[in-house]
Design a protein around this ligand. Sequence first.
Ligand code: C5P
Length: 219
Amino acid sequence: QGKEILSGKKILITAGPTYEKIDPVRFIGNYSSGKMGFALAEVCAERGADVTLIAGPVSLQALHPNIKRIDVESAEEMYNVVVDKFPNMSAAIMCAAVADYAPEIRDEAKIKRTGDDLLLRLKPNKDIAAALGRMKKTGQVLVGFALETNDEEENAWIKLNRKNLDFIVLNSLQDKGAGFKCDTNKITIIEKSGNKLVFETKAKKEVAADIVDVLNMYF
Ligand code: C5P
């Protein structure tokens, strides 16, 4: 494989969690570390792509000069940046663990403790991947992730179709060495053709290389 095989390609990658503010000092978040998305950004950059990495709150650095990083906090911010950048992209890899819900009301002042129950009403966030699936033009490649706990392949297949993805990367929480915070991952790729590719547990950088190999076949 040539080193600069992705040169001329513009690839957008989302990574990490989103934080949904409750008040000035509290948020709803999740355990995503961003490692998988950052590994994908690095592999794409090393292969010559021009990478735009949209990162939620993570404690990671993106060092490669081909990576342009934009930091966001909430799902809404991520949505706005991603939808703005996508028309100019050859591909988008949606690796972020985007919060499905955000507090309906964001308190301007710190919520005080009382003896009473506290009810937090949540409203659904927009699905970024699905929005790109609707915007997608011929030639643009859209890749999603699915983290499932049950009926994994069936759920991944439903998501692939609902979001108009070209392929989906499935990681199961049931597999040892897969998922949040881990330095390794075990994935299955399901393509819109129905083709299924099963991979061994590997370091996230090697997993990223496998995913980018598949992406490359779509260009
Ligand atoms: O529907 P679910 O959240 O399981 O789908 C996961 C896929 O959709 C991932 O690729 C994730 O990055 C993307 N997603 C998104 N915006 C959301 C929720 C999920 O882009 N609001």
